[in-house]
Design a binder for this molecule. Structure first.
Ligand code: ATP
Ligand code: ZN
Ligand code: MG
Ligand code: MG
Length: 471
């Protein structure tokens, strides 16, 4: 990429989250991720260009030095900071503005710093050859996959109903979404195929901001916030059908749609349980079986035909769950330690650097959180290690998985399918090669912790008042 010859016509709107806006190159498989900030501040940016550069460098460091070691290098692409011509950024911001969803426009794209994060485009994997069927990429934002331990929480309900399911009631009560999703992360992270299938089915039915499908790099399925309409499932099925034709020799169309959807979900479950390269991997038996069922999930436990075998230890879901579980104290148990650190920093401001509160996110930071004393010895080191662990867990609760499904090329299939096996083919799921990546690995700010506590209280109160009482 020649940074001095940037042309906005080579880039197009790709998507956005709460913190950043992403544009993709029209030819090369890469994206630029630009910062966003509140529209009220559009005239005077909240930080200088140097601070923006630092912030993005911190994201790269956090991803490559901390998260990559916890989640597994094979899943992570940290990218690099780039400095772009301001005129290019301004033109780009004008160009993409009309494609942005209205509900995201309370924030504006940063056009002042000229800094961005350059990443590989994970929705157009390089292994794809343009002449063949385009790859399908499925983005899942799984959220927190376990229940907190009863030791640290003040409300019993938190040990029975998962955070995501409680949060759904809060979001519907506050008008963020019109309908509640019946997706439950504990089902997805269970490692039990039936529960995972069930979870993904509900992600498809009510994707909110947890599920998107891309075909050949274009988003073909997602939710519109605050909208009454459900996303167009028929259109999704229309896109999926050619990929799952094998299963299509059935009589009536209704069954066929169902079959396509089932095959799609099954392939996705396989990809999520696969090792993402390398060998098979040991299956982790979940010791904490009691903490892996959510009472709000509408999955009927009696339907389980095979016991939960847990997740293979080298699967993307296992690695994410392990990292999420670094939150051992829950926000309620952590908050007093946060206050202790805060007090310490007030008394000794220079300690901020030594304790690496705002980074740098290097090996020493990782070591601080990994070498945490087992018991609270009252030291500030213990408190800081727990706060660092909590922040890392927060990032793992907020990241997304991108699963890329690349259809095996036709020649390959013809070669491997001798005529005797050909008939079997109709009963086999279609052949894909799959890979998984993890994206959105920004460090969560130290001072966001009090906000986390307040939000937690609001969600639990709301659930006890409204949701808990509903069937
Ligand atoms: P959130 O609100 O979830 O925290 P965010 O503002 O931090 O989101 P991202 O999730 O990193 O932003 O990016 C927004 C969207 O852009 C993603 O959901 C994804 O669809 C797309 N995206 C981000 N990075 C890539 C990438 N490397 N390749 C392809 N698409 C990407
Ligand atoms: Zn749940
Ligand atoms: Mg995101
Ligand atoms: Mg994010």
């Amino acid at each position: 990429m020649e940074l001095d010859k940037m042309d906005e016509n080579d880039w197009k709107y790709h998507g956005e989250g709460n913190k950043s806006l992403v544009v993709s190159h029209v030819q090369h498989p890469r994206v630029l991720r630009l910062l966003k900030y509140p529209a009220e501040d559009s005239e005077n940016p909240p930080q200088t260009a140097e601070q923006a550069y630092r912030q993005i460098q911190n994201i790269v460091d956090f991803s490559s030095n901390v998260m990559s070691s916890l989640l597994g290098e094979k899943f992570i692409h940290s990218g690099e900071v780039v400095k772009l011509p301001l005129e290019f950024v301004r033109q780009l911001s004008i160009k993409v503005q009309h494609q942005r969803p209205a509900w995201r426009c309370d924030k504006v794209m940063d056009i002042y710093s000229g800094c961005a994060l350059c990443l590989p485009n994970l929705t157009s994997p390089a292994l794809h050859q343009p002449t063949h069927t385009p790859p399908l990429c499925i983005e899942i934002k799984p959220k927190c996959g376990f229940l907190p331990s009863p030791k640290h929480v003040s409300k019993d309900i938190k040990t029975k109903v998962c955070r995501y399911c409680m949060h759904q009631h809060y979001k519907v009560a506050n008008g963020k979404w019109k309908r509640r999703s019946f997706y439950c992360p504990l089902d997805l992270f269970s490692g039990n195929r039936q529960r995972m299938h069930f979870a993904i089915k509900h992600l498809i039915e009510e994707p909110q901001n947890n599920f998107k499908v891309f075909k050949g790099g274009q988003c073909i399925y997602s939710s519109k916030e605050g909208s009454d309409e459900s996303p167009d499932m028929n259109s999704l099925l229309h896109h999926l059908r050619p990929y799952f034709l094998h299963a299509n020799n059935r009589m009536n169309c209704h069954v066929t749609c169902k079959a396509v959807l089932n095959d799609f979900i099954q392939v996705l479950v396989n990809a999520l349980l696969s090792s993402g390269g390398g060998d098979g991997g040991v299956v982790a038996d979940r010791q904490a079986e009691g903490r892996s069922f959510c009472e709000a999930s509408i999955f009927n436990k009696e339907r389980i035909r095979h016991g939960s075998r847990g997740l293979p230890t080298d699967s993307v879901l296992f690695r994410i769950l392990q990292t999420q579980m670094l939150d051992t104290l829950d926000i309620e148990g952590l908050y007093p330690l946060y206050r202790q650190v805060e007090q310490h920093l007030q008394d000794f401001p220079k300690e901020r650097t030594r304790l690496q509160i705002e980074g740098p996110y290097n090996e020493a930071f990782l070591e601080k959180l990994q070498k945490c004393p087992a018991e609270d010895d009252g030291s500030v080191e213990y408190a800081v290690a727990k706060v660092h662990q909590y922040r890392v867990a927060m990032t793992a609760k907020d990241c997304s998985i991108m699963v890329a499904l690349v259809p095996s090329s036709e020649e390959e299939e013809d070669n491997e399918n001798l005529s005797s096996q050909r008939q079997l083919r109709d009963f086999r799921p279609p052949a894909f090669s799959y890979s998984a990546s993890i994206l959105d690995l920004d460090p969560k700010p130290f001072d966001s912790i009090p906000r986390q506590l307040r939000l937690d209280q609001k969600i639990v109160t709301c659930y006890l008042r409204t949701g808990g009482a509903l069937p």
